[in-house]
Design a protein around this ligand. Sequence first.
Ligand code: ATP
Length: 366
Amino acid sequence: MSSISLQNISKSYAANMPKAVEQLSLEIADGEFLCLLGPSGCGKTTTLRMLAGLEHPTGGTISIGDKPIVSVDQGIYVPAEKRGLGLVFQSYALWPHMTVTQNIEFGLRLHKVARAEREATVARVMETLGIARYKDRYPNQLSGGQQQRVALARMLALNPGIILLDEPLSNLDAKLRLEMRAELKRIHKEVGATIVFVTHDQWEAMTLASKIAVMSEGELQQLGTPDDIYERPANRFVAEFVGNLPINIVGAGHGKAGDGPLEDWIAEYLGAIGAPDTVASVGIRPEAVAILRTQENTSGFPVRNASVVDVLPTGGNWIIELSVDGSKLFAITGSTPRLAPGDTVRIGFAPEDIHLFDSADERIDF
Ligand code: ATP
């Protein structure tokens, strides 16, 4: 059983510092590809290191299957080498005096795997990661990206049930990174291991994960599928952190007209759809802002004039910067917009495409 359970895990590095991880509880199912996602310093690496046995939590319990490997209360601490996990961290420390082949087969030798099986395994993982042609080179004769792939191969050769990866693709260029993501997904399907993958890159998490745990300041903000996280963000932080283009946030609620033209319009809109009084801000993704082609409004909801400030091509998509009487709003379209700065357009959005938040920035389901 390669499920993982974290219960109320906390970590403080020093008494006078804020906790790096605070009361984190996470259930990771056997075979899950979980991405720990969040901005720099939010506690992702600390969480992974506690799982790996490289850092002692100051509170809580971690179990693999139904076996606790760490429990601060019960004084249980299974050391890293006895946890049977595969690790690849940002600093992929290969043995400098060993060739690629020797690096990859090192763990297999330690486990006394017979020579024929060793050779077959090494050949297979080299093939998977496209590194067979470097097999006789030493690490200092390889690029950062090639070394990263050797580190992945060395870990995969041991066929672990749980794989922990900390930004393992950070040294690769964009094309190789994309290829390696596809490769990792394929490997995950093939070997069926449980993967915990740390990244600050929301795009990477969305493309790889079966579940994403979004963290901020040591605390879990949301655990869900990539669709959950994107379509139903649990709070404003998640809504603003996830998305290729920043979400438009309008800090105005129902009955709070008077703050500005955009806020007035949103207040009118919330009234028209019968939104609860507790709404304090509204999130509208750029792709949800519809630029209406006719003067007619058939939606039944308030639409409004806006002026085009700029049209920014991004290769296949166009970002439209709009001004609603001076308040900025971004839209995006996948078809040639035929708009120019200074044009007046009518804009609107469907009620199911907006996100409502209360004064504590928590999602309001409506
Ligand atoms: P990044 O993406 O930049 O690696 P992260 O989300 O992985 O960030 P952590 O490395 O887990 O974040 O750090 C969480 C917090 O703990 C940060 O405030 C960091 O400064 C602090 N921290 C991490 N390691 C140590 C340490 N060894 N000693 C003291 N503080 C630390």
